[in-house]
Design a protein around this ligand. Structure first.
Ligand code: HSE
Length: 437
């Protein structure tokens, strides 16, 4: 049986998982592909650790350039992460005619166009299933399984760390900072968890999915990003009372003016399946015009789940090696000359519904002032709660849900409401999506 030689750059959590799963399932995978996939070389700064994982059959080096320059290596797996050395190595590998498998979402979201164009010129494949939602084969589903459809929208829980934090806050009433510490202790969150909790990691992933779904270039810089660090338990409880759950969603949607691309905490009806995805799990709803809504659920991170996607890409590349480059499945689902320049719409033009919490002094006319401002901005209220306050307090929380409106209308209304003398704090605003159309 023929063998395909692979070089692995970085043998951390996912790299180690890839080595282990490939070894464990070697025979089964070889039967599926019709050839042996062999990790011939591994590069890692920690040579001792690498040796310990791979044993004596695999060459270990601290110099990743040795792998991308090695003429025996046909496929390079990049699992180093980051946007500097990883980018340099991937471009060198492509330039040397090697196919690339990567889990590097930040790199693809920011520099995907450059990388895909270099690969196109060299006739090599860049595969990236592991970059989005860990073990869930969402790239394959979007690019191939749903190819008959005009994709209408995608909404996903695509950051396990923030989903874990939100679950802990809701289920145990933990404060945001306590839930974050717990996520860090369990090894879910990064040492610097900013990418997770501020929505940046989710924005990388939704940017990549938007490109595949709509045939547009990767445009991370156009994404609207808001994380979960400002959320508090009171709003999570209020949402539950109204029949909604707050999730950090990555959303991309085809609308008249272009493509919406956004990440923010979102109220979604509890009765939707995706609202019940808890802990570190990921889930993505894709709405196609022919198939309707489809849901993909699974582990969004972790050694073996992510390795599952890395190895699926290796198998895909191995199977496509004999196919004329012109007839391969395009990286972004659309051939490069068919990409469209549909604009990403500005957040001001996004249409959605809203949850508002207003802390006011409890006196006559306050509610009338607020509803007048909303009515003047053409914003219709769909539900409202005012909680009875303790006798010694004169402040009260008014919670409102609005019907769908334009973000610029709500921004203007909030500006005016915050200027009312009866307001005692900033308005809390969280977007709401019914996910039913
Ligand atoms: N930090 C990511 C998460 C891991 O929490 O989902 C995989 O991208």
């Amino acid at each position: 049986m023929k063998s395909i030689n692979v070089g692995l750059l970085g043998i951390g959590t996912v790299g180690g998982g890839t080595f282990t799963v490939l070894k464990r399932n070697q025979e089964e995978i070889a039967r599926r592909v019709g050839c042996n996939i062999i990790i011939q070389m591994v590069a890692d700064k920690d040579i001792e650790k690498a040796h310990h994982i791979v044993g004596s059959q695999t060459i270990v080096t601290a110099n990743a350039h040795e792998i991308v320059a090695n003429p025996d290596i046909e496929i390079v797996i990049e699992l180093i992460g980051g946007q500097t050395i990883a980018k340099e190595l991937i471009l060198q590998a492509i330039n040397n005619g090697k196919h690339v498998v990567t889990a590097n979402k930040a790199l693809l979201a920011n520099h995907g166009s450059e990388i895909f164009s270099a690969a196109q010129q060299k006739g090599v494949i860049v595969a990236f299933e592991a970059a989005v939602a860990g073990g869930i084969p969402i790239i394959k589903a979007l690019r191939e399984g749903l190819t008959a459809n005009r994709i209408e929208w995608i909404a996903g829980i695509i950051n396990g760390t923030s989903n874990y934090i939100l679950s802990e806050m809701r289920e145990k009433g933990l404060a945001f900072s306590t839930a974050l510490t717990s996520a860090q202790r369990l090894g879910y969150a990064e040492a610097d968890p900013t990418y997770d909790i501020e929505g940046i990691d989710a924005a990388h992933k939704i940017t990549i999915m938007a490109a595949i779904a709509f045939g547009i270039p990767v445009r991370f810089e156009k994404a609207y990003i808001e994380g979960i660090s400002q959320l508090n338990n009171e709003d999570i409880r209020n949402a539950e009372e109204l029949g909604y759950r707050i999730k950090l969603l990555g959303i991309t949607k085809r609308v008249e003016k272009g493509i919406e691309l956004r990440v923010h905490p979102t109220l979604i009806p509890i009765k939707r399946l995706i609202a019940n995805v808890e802990g570190v799990m990921n889930a993505i709803v894709v709405k196609g015009d022919a198939v309707g809504p489809t849901l993909y659920y699974g582990a969004g991170a972790g050694a073996e789940p992510t390795a599952s996607s890395v190895i699926a890409d290796l198998v895909d590349v191995a199977r496509q090696l004999t196919v004329d480059p012109k007839h391969r499945v395009p990286y972004l689902a659309f051939p490069p000359d068919s990409l469209s320049d549909t604009p990403i719409v500005s957040m001001e033009d996004v249409q959605t519904a809203y949850y508002l919490r207003l802390q006011v002094i409890d006196k006559p006319g306050v509610l009338a002032d607020i509803t007048r401002i909303l009515a003047d901005a053409d914003i219709s209220i769909s539900a409202m709660i005012q909680k009875e306050h303790a006798e010694e307090e004169d402040r009260v929380n008014i919670i409102m849900l609005t019907h769908t409106t334009q973000e610029k209308n709500i921004n203007r209304a909030i500006d005016k409401i915050e200027k009312l003398p009866s307001m005692t704090d900033k308005v809390v605003r969280i977007r709401l999506e019914e996910l039913n159309k």
